[in-house]
Design a protein around this ligand. Structure first.
Ligand SMILES: CC(C)(COP(=O)(O)OP(=O)(O)OC[C@H]1O[C@@H](n2cnc3c(N)ncnc32)[C@H](O)[C@@H]1OP(=O)(O)O)[C@@H](O)C(=O)NCCC(=O)NCCS
Length: 178
């Protein structure tokens, strides 16, 4: 299993201890967390990093820490969803970047790289992505990396009863045919 990936402008790598403070900072930013039920405390953010590291161990892939010019910017990667979805056990591709890193194409650049590795390194034949209905920035990344909308798979997030953003839309990418 590889420990890092490089794109034109980014380093996607395993997590370091130093990432925890800036990660907690972005997880406490209401704008970054606008399409989630709430912001995270530093303890919750650390726990999330623990889960990400465990995910790499268990699945051989995970949510990479993204670096821009040596600065931690957030994550982009593959994840096994921990709750039931209409997509079953398939891997999900996801992204969360600090506000300063928005508007530069970094999420799309990182996600294109991750999607290629999903097929080439991890032998996956399909990858899904989902987000709350009104998260248009996230949906735009899905479109830019060539994913296709699957309205038949839209679902209510099971862990967030009563939340305004409970309805989730789904996109799918599949291994390009030769
Ligand atoms: C979702 C998220 C990662 C998208 O970030 P983003 O900056 O909109 O997406 P990208 O990094 O792909 O950047 C695309 C933008 O950069 C612009 N851009 C500037 N320079 C660029 C370049 N060299 N190459 C490509 N795009 C560039 C594009 O035009 C586009 O701008 P637009 O949004 O005004 O059309 C970010 O909004 C985020 O972290 N949100 C909070 C967490 C979240 O909701 N995650 C998803 C949960 S499912």
């Amino acid at each position: 299993m590889t420990d890092s990936l490089r794109t034109e402008r980014l380093l996607l790598r395993k997590w370091k201890g130093d990432d925890r403070v800036p990660f907690a900072e972005l997880n406490s930013d209401p704008e970054v967390m606008r399409y989630f039920p709430r912001t995270l405390t530093a303890t919750e953010s650390d726990l999330f990093v623990d889960q990400i590291e465990q995910g790499f161990e268990e699945n051989g892939f995970g949510l990479w820490a993204v670096e821009v010019d040596g600065r931690f910017a957030g994550y982009t990667g593959l994840n096994k969803t921990a709750f039931e979805t209409p997509m079953g056990s398939h891997a999900e591709i996801g992204w969360r970047l600090a506000k300063w890193a928005w508007g530069h194409g970094y999420a799309t650049e990182a996600a294109n790289c991750v999607l290629r590795t999903a097929y080439a390194l991890h032998g996956l034949s399909e990858v899904y992505s989902f987000t709350t209905e009104s998260n248009t920035r996230s949906e735009a990344v899905m479109r830019r990396i060539g994913m296709f909308r699957r309205t038949d798979l839209d679902f209510d997030h099971p862990n967030t009863p009563g939340w305004w953003g409970i309805r989730h839309i789904v996109y799918r990418a599949s291994l390009p045919k030769e």
